[in-house]
Design a protein around this ligand. Structure first.
Ligand code: PHE
Length: 356
C-alpha cells in the first residue's frame, strides 16, 4: 500500500525535475507529456493498471491520489506560464520572378474611351466662314432646300426658257418645284422680308445634276452673301471678299477677279484663287487642271431688276452678292485633292478635323 503511494511520490519528483529542464522547449514538453500520459506506456497510465491489482477497499484512496497526480501533471504541462513560444524564424524563400503573361489583365492601363463623334468637317468649315462674317456685322440665315421656280430662277431675273437656266443642271420635282440649284433664292426671300440695310450670309445645301468628279458633286454646300445699302459699290464687294478669303485661307493666298455673267448681278465676276493643292506646279493637277487657278465663287452687284422684283428702289439702294462653294473652299484650305472624300464617311479622314 505504502509502496503505491511512494511510487506516486517518486514519479512526482521525477516529473518536477524533468519539467524544470524542459521549460521553454516545446519539444521537451511534448516528450514529457508522452512519457507520463501516453495511453500505452505512460507512467501514470501504468499506475492506473497497477491500481486494478490492489485490494478493492484500497482502490478508492489510491485512485484519488493517482487522479490528483494526473491532474497535477496535466495542469503543469498546460499552464506552465514560463513556457514561451520559441520565436518564429523566417526563412528567405527565393521567389519566382513575376511573369506578366498575355492572359493577365493590366489594371494600370487607361480605360478605352468612347468616340462621341464631332461635327462634320464641312460643318466645321462653314462655321469658320460664319465667324468671319459675324465679326463684320453680318447675320446668318437658312432657307428651304426645295424651292419654287420663281425663287430659284424667275425672281433672280431668269425669264422662263432663258438659256442661262441651262447652266444650272436642275433637278425638278414637279413643273414648279425643284431642288434649289444655288443659295441665291434666299437673296429674294431675305429682301422680301427685310428693308435695307441688309448684311446677311446664308449657308446651305444645293443640288445639281452633275457628273461626279474630284471637284463636282450633285449635292454640295454653298454660302450666299448679300449686302444692300445706300451707296454700295463694287469696291466694297472686292474689299470684303479679299478680307474674307485672306482670313479664311491665309494672307498669302493669290486672288483674281474675272469678268463673268449671272442674270441676277451686273456687273458680275468670278473669283479664282491660286491652287493650294499643286501651287501651280503640277500640269496634271486634279483640282486646277494644271492652270494654277481654281474658281471659288461667283459674285457681282445686285441687278437693279432684282431689287425691283422685291420692291427695293434701285435709285436709292445698291448691293452686292456672292455665292461660294464650301467644300471647294475647304479643299483649298486643307489641301484636299478630292471632294468625294468628304462624303465617303471614312472615319480616319473625318476625325482628323475635330481632333483639336
Ligand atoms: N448663285 C451663283 C452660283 O451658284 C453664284 C452667285 C451668287 C453669283 C451670288 C453671283 C451672286 O453659281
Amino acid at each position: 500500500m505504502k509502496k503505491f503511494e511512494a511510487k506516486i511520490e517518486k514519479l512526482k519528483e521525477k516529473f518536477d525535475d524533468a519539467l524544470e529542464k524542459a521549460r521553454g522547449q516545446k519539444k521537451s514538453l511534448q516528450d514529457l507529456r508522452h512519457e507520463f500520459l501516453s495511453r500505452k506506456r505512460g507512467h501514470i497510465t501504468r499506475l492506473f493498471e497497477e491500481l486494478k491489482e490492489l485490494p478493492v477497499e484500497e482502490r478508492p484512496a489510491f485512485g484519488k491520489l493517482l487522479n490528483e497526480f494526473k491532474n497535477y501533471v496535466l495542469e503543469k504541462l498546460s499552464k506552465d506560464v514560463s513556457v514561451k513560444p520559441a520565436p518564429i524564424q523566417y526563412e528567405a524563400v527565393p521567389r519566382e520572378p513575376t511573369v506578366i503573361t498575355a492572359e493577365r489583365e493590366d489594371l494600370t492601363l487607361p480605360g478605352r474611351s468612347l468616340y462621341w463623334g464631332a461635327p462634320h468637317p464641312v460643318m466645321l468649315f462653314a462655321q469658320e466662314i460664319e465667324d468671319i462674317f459675324l465679326a463684320m456685322g453680318f447675320s446668318v440665315a437658312e432657307g428651304p432646300e426645295i424651292e419654287t421656280d420663281y425663287y430659284n430662277f424667275e425672281a433672280l431675273n431668269f425669264p422662263p426658257h432663258h438659256p442661262a437656266r441651262d447652266d444650272w443642271d436642275t433637278l425638278y420635282i414637279s413643273e414648279d418645284l425643284l431642288l434649289r440649284t444655288h443659295t441665291s433664292p434666299m437673296q429674294i426671300r431675305v429682301m422680301e422680308k427685310n428693308k435695307p440695310p441688309i448684311r446677311i450670309i446664308i449657308p446651305g445645301r444645293v443640288f445639281r445634276r452633275e457628273a461626279i468628279d474630284p471637284t463636282h458633286l450633285p449635292m454640295f454646300y454653298q454660302v450666299e452673301g448679300l449686302l444692300v445699302d445706300e451707296s454700295v459699290t463694287f469696291a466694297h464687294l472686292k474689299g470684303t471678299l479679299e478680307h474674307f478669303l485672306r482670313a479664311l485661307l491665309g494672307e498669302k493666298i493669290a486672288i483674281r477677279f474675272r469678268p463673268s455673267f449671272f442674270p441676277f448681278t451686273e456687273p458680275s465676276a468670278e473669283v479664282d484663287i491660286g491652287c493650294t493643292v499643286c501651287r501651280g506646279q503640277d500640269p496634271g493637277c486634279s483640282v486646277c487642271g494644271g492652270t494654277g487657278w481654281k474658281e471659288l465663287l461667283g459674285a457681282g452687284m445686285v441687278d437693279p431688276q432684282v431689287l425691283k422684283n422685291v420692291n427695293i428702289d434701285p435709285e436709292k439702294y445698291s448691293g452686292w452678292a456672292f455665292g461660294l462653294g464650301i467644300e471647294r473652299a475647304a479643299m483649298f484650305s486643307h489641301r484636299i485633292s478630292d471632294m468625294r472624300t468628304f462624303y465617303e464617311n471614312d472615319l480616319r479622314f473625318i476625325r482628323q478635323f475635330s481632333l483639336k
